[in-house]
Design a protein around this ligand. Structure first.
Ligand code: COA
Length: 418
């Protein structure tokens, strides 16, 4: 095991809020960076107060995105506050922000100025749209990005409206892209000695995850149909990628299938994939060995016109099996499948706890709370997840580190700079 975490010694100014920026800096903190969350003195990050489950205690929205950080509450729009920021910038390696377009410039902290203050500093920035976009001035939240990034138009069912995914494709996903960019820039700095600006637009990050849908647009324009979509061959295609419901996104058809108890349990389902190279064994698993050689079933092409009848037959087989029983049978035949898990099942899953993917952490005011730990596993270390800081919990500590003396700090408190 490593003596210290890989990012130990990397100082990060976390000038972020809501989810996209905080998710990025939280990841850097887990891996050892000293992440300092810089927040407004009046309430701090808005998520501290959003969807609170305990009155006047930091909301889970905040605590689940800001673990392993310290908090400095400071009014950066005062001269003294700006001076503190400039000191921080001079001694830090990374600054991350995801304010509305233009907010950093208005605060007197343009990229040019920051780069001048500390040419080695890496500046990570999240915006809704990239600089070339006609919408570059827009404020953007998760669902707006999913709409603009191609996810909404391709998610849901063909007879319903565009649909938003529950997964944070716009927010946390953009933060993960930014983390990759920042780490790349840190490695680049070893060669050049210089920092750089790393920008990720939420629209672009969503599109990066919708890559296969752009693939489908190109295929559609060439051949006029998409053979793995439920619309083929019995339905119709227009000139845009349709919503495919629960169809598989790759070459392997799949669907969400009902299991025993679906009438009462909204999650009594499995995802079932028909893997072409495993068709014979799949037929064996579901008690239809004859389908392996029947010309109407033998190939994907032959199956596609009646794929929903096939899924209906498989649902009949599933009718007396729970989702867990079904997966236990199917796994023996190497059928790619999984139960549809509720958040409750995930919260109490012992294996997810054991792996550290779901962790319980202590918080000064709320006791313990559950959060998602690192989904990235390393052979040399296991990140320890700690509770999120209270607003301004480390203000004085950080000011002392920056060289301010007790009187100066008292003045800043009196003048409401911190
Ligand atoms: N001291 C003083 N002022 C501060 C401060 C501090 N410590 N921290 C922030 N502020 C100010 C900003 O300078 C800004 O002031 P200005 O508007 O006068 O320039 C103000 O607080 C609000 O900034 P911001 O949080 O960006 O505005 P908002 O709450 O209206 O918008 C978003 C929120 C998320 C819509 C917007 O920040 C945005 O579009 N960000 C980019 C995309 C993004 O990350 N979206 C969220 C994904 S989770």
């Amino acid at each position: 095991m490593m003596d210290s975490l890989p990012l130990t010694g990397i100082k990060v100014i976390d000038f972020t809020g809501v989810q996209a920026g905080p998710a990025c800096t939280q990841l850097l903190a887990w891996f050892g960076a000293d992440v300092l969350k810089v927040e407004r003195t009046t309430g701090g990050d808005v998520t501290r107060h959003q969807l609170q489950d305990i009155p006047d205690v930091d909301a889970l929205y905040f605590t689940m995105l800001n673990s392993n950080k310290r908090s400095l509450a400071i009014d950066t729009k005062t001269a003294a506050g700006l001076a503190v920021m400039e000191k921080l910038i001079r001694r830090s390696d990374v600054l991350v922000e995801n304010f509305a377009p233009g907010a950093m410039d208005r605060m007197g902290l343009s990229w040019e100025h920051i780069h001048e203050l500390n040419p080695r500093l890496i500046y990570g920035s999240v915006k809704g749209f990239n600089d070339e976009s006609a919408w570059a001035d827009l404020k953007v939240y998760e669902n707006v990005a999913q709409a603009a990034g191609g996810a909404a138009s391709t998610t849901g069912f063909w007879d319903g409206p565009p649909t938003i995914s529950a997964a944070a494709l716009g927010d946390s996903n953009t933060g993960m892209h930014l983390a990759i960019g920042i780490l790349t820039a840190l490695i680049g700095r070893e060669q050049t000695g210089r920092g750089q600006k790393v920008s990720v637009a939420m629209q672009d990050a969503v599109l990066n995850l919708c890559r296969v849908k752009l693939r489908d647009q190109e295929r559609l324009e060439r051949v006029g149909y998409l053979e793995e979509y439920p619309q083929y061959p019995n339905g119709t295609f227009t000139d845009v990628v349709p919503r495919g419901g629960n169809a598989g996104g790759g070459g392997q058809p799949g669907w969400i299938l009902k299991c025993k108890g679906w009438q009462d349990d909204p999650n009594a389902y499995i995802y079932f994939t028909i893997q072409e190279q495993n068709w014979a064994r799949t037929c064996e698993a579901i008690g239809k060995p004859e389908w392996a050689t029947d010309p109407a079933y033998r190939t994907a092409k032959a199956r596609q016109p009646h794929i929903f009848d096939i899924f209906a037959d498989i649902e009949e087989w599933l009718a007396d099996k729970t989702k867990y029983e079904a997966v236990d049978i199917l796994r023996a035949y190497e059928v790619p499948c999984a139960p549809v898990l509720s958040m409750k099942e995930i919260a109490y899953d012992p294996a997810l706890r054991e792996s550290g993917t779901v962790v319980e952490v202590a918080h000064k005011e709320r006791g313990t709370y559950l959060t998602v730990g690192s989904p990235i596993k390393f052979s040399d270390f296991k990140p320890t997840i700690t509770g999120a800081p209270l607003l301004g919990e480390h203000t004085d500590e950080v000011l002392l580190e920056l060289g301010y003396d007790g009187d100066e700090i008292a003045d800043m408190h009196a003048e409401k700079v911190v």
